[in-house]
Write a protein that binds this ligand. Structure first.
Ligand code: 5CA
Ligand code: ZN
Length: 412
């Protein structure tokens, strides 16, 4: 499907360092060494409600990775899906009496507008579950050929233990998996399953639900098989980074890896699994099911500068769990105003060290708060908020503007 227009990235006078990223599997920092274009897959939205700040924080985190790679001289092939048919979307459509296709299209369009306003680089391939059904069917057939699929009534399940590496991505033991699985779409107690952790790959047609023809009977894709099929189609095996929020560590990314690794034995799904922390509001994880949401579009509609939203999100490290407060948004508005005053001077404190620090911070596990602090120190030195104003570098503003645009995605 159509993505959103990508902002231009200005060219930096210096290349950024190689990018190190925290890997969920090993719990270590890994220096990524893409061969050819860096290949990134990030799990997209389920479009039944507007983009909230938790979603935005996650996509911004991976936007920093995309930018850090590009600034280090790599091309990037970025793929993102849209789960445009799944239980929560169909349930919401029924509840609000709106056609599910209409609801998905409307919310996907709003997401595009939010991403555009936040200056998030767009994916090269923005792919819906519905348009991927032929790829999903083909993947299920490969899983069948590997003997990893069985039927329970009209539904097809994949045996998770068919992947010898099952459990490696999340590093969880069975007890923990069994506890989390039902909270995140799993059905451990269904009679007829061989293993409670097995997941649906094809959900047979139910009355009143959309379905598509397939060799397994009419139905629709399971959730995990969707991302496995889309990633394999557009990135191939062993791609550089699989990303998403930490709520996807298990079962979603574990199962995606399992599907791909059973279909192509001997190949890893992704080299690195990267997860963003959860944003909370009112004391709990911001989630559609809990309803404690702050929407990006609502802030935009109340005239909040999208760059202030972006800066407020950048003030938190992508891996930390944190709670959104309005106070932080207003602090970001003030910070931006200071930066704008400093940048309007043209001359300023020496830009070289700021440029270097911003690029180094982002290459070090996307440490945006450290990069923001460096820019802030520069602005204070330039304005003399800390003492005497320093305008010794005649070209400072242009250099700082360029790096905050290229690396942090801020247009100020
Ligand atoms: N469509 C699936 C992924 S294939 C899905 O999880 N959709 S979603 O709309 O629920 O979430 C979209 C992305 O936002 C996912 O990467 C998810 O991990 C992330 N996300 C959801 N809630 C939060 C939150 N409160 N804080 C941070 N990230 C979040
Ligand atoms: Zn996904």
């Amino acid at each position: 499907m159509r993505a959103w227009p990508s902002p231009e990235i200005p060219t930096l006078p210096v290349a950024g360092p190689p990018v190190a990223l925290h890997d969920t599997v090993t719990g270590q920092l890994v220096t990524t060494r893409p061969e050819g274009p860096a290949r990134l897959y990030v799990c997209g939205i389920t479009p039944y409600d507007a983009t909230h700040l938790g979603h935005a924080a996650t996509y911004l985190g991976f936007d920093l990775l995309n930018r850090a790679w590009r600034n280090a001289g790599h091309e990037v092939t970025y793929v993102q899906n849209v789960t445009d048919v799944d239980d929560p979307l169909l349930e919401r459509a029924t509840k609000v009496k709106v056609d599910w296709v209409e609801l998905a299209e409307r919310e996907t369009e709003l997401f595009r507008q939010d991403m555009t306003a936040l200056r998030v680089l767009s994916p090269a391939h923005y792919v819906g579950a519905v348009e991927s059904i032929p790829d999903v069917i083909e993947l299920i057939e490969r899983l069948q050929a590997a003997g990893a699929v069985y039927r329970v009534e009209d539904d097809l399940y994949m045996s998770v233990t068919a992947d010898p590496a099952f459990g490696e991505e999340s590093g969880m033991d069975r007890e923990e998996m069994l506890r989390i699985f039902p909270e995140r779409g799993g059905d451990p107690d269904r009679p007829g399953k061989k293993d409670p952790l097995d997941c649906v790959v094809w959900r047979g047609e139910r009355p009143g639900e959309p379905s598509w023809e397939s060799p397994f009977g009419p139905g629709r894709p399971g959730w995990h098989v969707e991302c496995a099929a889309i990633a394999m189609r557009h990135l191939g095996g062993d791609f550089d980074v699989q990303g998403g929020g930490s709520d996807l560590v298990f079962p979603h990314h574990e199962m995606c890896a399992g599907h791909a690794q059973v279909a192509e034995p001997g190949t890893r799904f992704a080299q690195v699994y990267s997860h963003a922390g959860m944003v909370a509001y009112d004391g709990e994880k911001m989630s559609k099911s809990r309803g404690n949401l702050v929407f990006v579009s609502a802030l935009r509609n109340s005239d909040v500068d999208p760059m202030a939203i972006r800066l407020a999100l950048l003030n938190h490290h992508y891996r930390s769990d944190w709670e959104w407060t309005d106070a932080e948004l207003w602090t970001a508005v003030d910070t931006l105003a200071d930066w704008r005053r400093a940048l309007a001077l043209g001359a300023g404190a020496p830009a070289g060290p700021v440029v270097e620090e911003v690029l180094a911070a982002l290459a070090d596990d996307l440490d945006a708060p450290r990069a923001v602090a460096a820019v802030d120190r520069w602005a204070r030195a330039t304005l003399g908020t800390d003492g005497l104003a320093d305008t010794s570098d005649p070209d400072a503003a242009m250099a700082v503007l360029t790096v905050i645009d290229a690396a942090l995605g801020l247009a100020v």
